[in-house]
Design a protein around this ligand. Structure first.
Ligand code: GAL
Length: 411
């Protein structure tokens, strides 16, 4: 939600204040956007764990991240908040904190020792002025490469590409074999994460950080960034005519059926493979970037707990935060979700080969980089996404795309 919209909504909030209609006990309405097959299976694990702990879970699924976040903010500022709402591990909910509209879960964080068990980028996103405003539930890496083993075999690709050049060569082979080389859902957020993946993996962590953390105009104008942009646009040659508007999970389905070769997507895609009974290393493969030094973008999801002075809801919120982050829920949920747990004290034996690869990379802190939403405000993310989409979908020149990027980064 844009800053201005939030202000307006806040002004209206007083009109709706006091309308909250939550029932007694540990009944908790939870808003989230997990509606695909794999996502639904994962959130069910969380709901079951909450029920097993004595709570009553009221599921409010809203399709689409942007839509679900807008619905949650409208409910919060309208004075009729849910007990909990999903956001990405990012700055997306920082305006709401600044307006004093969230309860903190300091008790749970202290009791569970979050400072010790959570990676720094997650702590930075949820801890504001010493208070913990969200329960993190997973670590997603939004910039994985997934591929259909059947499609690779059909195209005669023997090894996973280790460089951008090898990647383009693999795409050419897939095209020649009659497979859609790149399965992409042409929606703004998917185009943006494809771009971010390319920036991090082909451009490198330094370039990525100079763009998103430093917002350095000289870097936007550099030859290195220009190459990232033009190679990103080169990927457009490998998508099919059905790409525009396609949902991300329908793109994953193309790999599942072998009609698509590669999808660049977060590891939530793995939830779809799992729901289709496909196994990592068997029917599909995964690589987290090009070569052994590729950066690992840290992203994920959290649940925030809207302000209320109703004791029963506060109790439910604390129970939710405890259950969502507990070791057993973490393993059950993350196995279905395709993400890795937020804590290291869990039994990793139950994770698949891609998750294990992710956990291994994560151990090297120098390879961890924050997702762009952690480094930039929601308004800036919106402007950047528009710039990427325009460049991807029109014949805008690389030079004009550089200008658009520079202006979006000015805020
Ligand atoms: C992301 C979220 C993931 C996954 C994905 C697609 O924002 O972090 O958990 O759900 O959206 O829905």
């Amino acid at each position: 939600m844009k800053q201005k919209q939030l202000k307006l909504a806040l002004a209206l909030a007083f009109l709706g204040a006091g309308l909250s209609a939550q029932a007694a006990g540990t009944r908790a309405e939870v808003i989230h956007w997990w509606t695909s097959g794999g996502e639904s299976a994962a959130i069910k694990e969380m709901a079951n764990a909450y029920k097993a702990a004595g709570g009553e879970w009221v599921d409010s699924a809203v399709a689409g991240g942007e839509q679900a976040r807008a619905a949650a903010i409208n409910r919060i500022v309208g004075g009729n908040p849910p007990a909990a709402a999903q956001f990405n591990t990012s700055q997306q909910f920082h305006d709401v904190i600044a307006e004093g509209l969230l309860n903190n879960v300091d008790d749970v964080a202290t009791k569970e020792g979050w400072d010790k068990i959570l990676p720094a980028p997650i702590l930075n996103a949820i801890k504001v002025k010493g208070h913990y405003y969200a329960a993190p539930v997973n670590i997603h890496m939004p910039a994985w490469f997934w591929y259909s083993k059947a499609a690779f075999a059909k195209a005669g690709i023997k090894a996973e590409p280790k460089t951008p050049d090898e990647f383009f060569a693999a795409l050419d082979k897939l095209k020649a074999a009659g497979v859609t080389p790149l399965a992409l859902g042409g929606q703004g957020w998917q185009e943006k994460i494809t771009f971010d993946a390319w920036l991090a993996h082909a451009g490198g962590a330094d370039l990525y950080m100079k763009i998103y953390r430093d917002r350095d105009v000289a870097t936007v104008n550099s030859a290195a960034f220009k190459k990232v942009l033009s190679d990103f646009k080169r990927l457009h040659n490998y998508v099919d005519a059905g790409s525009p508007g396609r949902n991300w999970n329908d793109a994953t389905a193309m790999l599942i059926s072998g009609k698509g070769g590669v999808q660049i997507m977060g590891d939530w895609a793995k939830g779809e493979f799992a729901a289709a009974k496909q196994t990592a290393g068997k029917e599909f493969g995964c690589f987290a970037g090009f070569g052994p030094r590729s950066p690992y973008i840290i992203a994920g999801d959290v649940f925030v707990f809207p302000k209320t002075d109703k004791a029963d809801i506060v109790k439910a919120q604390k129970l939710l935060a405890t259950v969502m982050t507990s070791p057993t829920t973490q393993v059950a949920f993350n196995n279905k979700k395709g993400s890795i747990p937020i804590r290291t004290d869990v039994n990793l034996g139950e994770l698949d080969i891609c998750a294990k690869q992710g956990v291994e990379i994560m151990k090297d802190k120098s390879r961890q980089i924050p997702n762009p939403e952690m480094l930039t405000s929601p308004d800036m993310v919106g402007a950047l996404q528009d710039a990427v989409s325009k460049f991807w979908n029109t014949n805008q020149s690389v030079e004009d795309a550089q200008k658009a990027f520079a202006s979006a980064l000015k805020g």
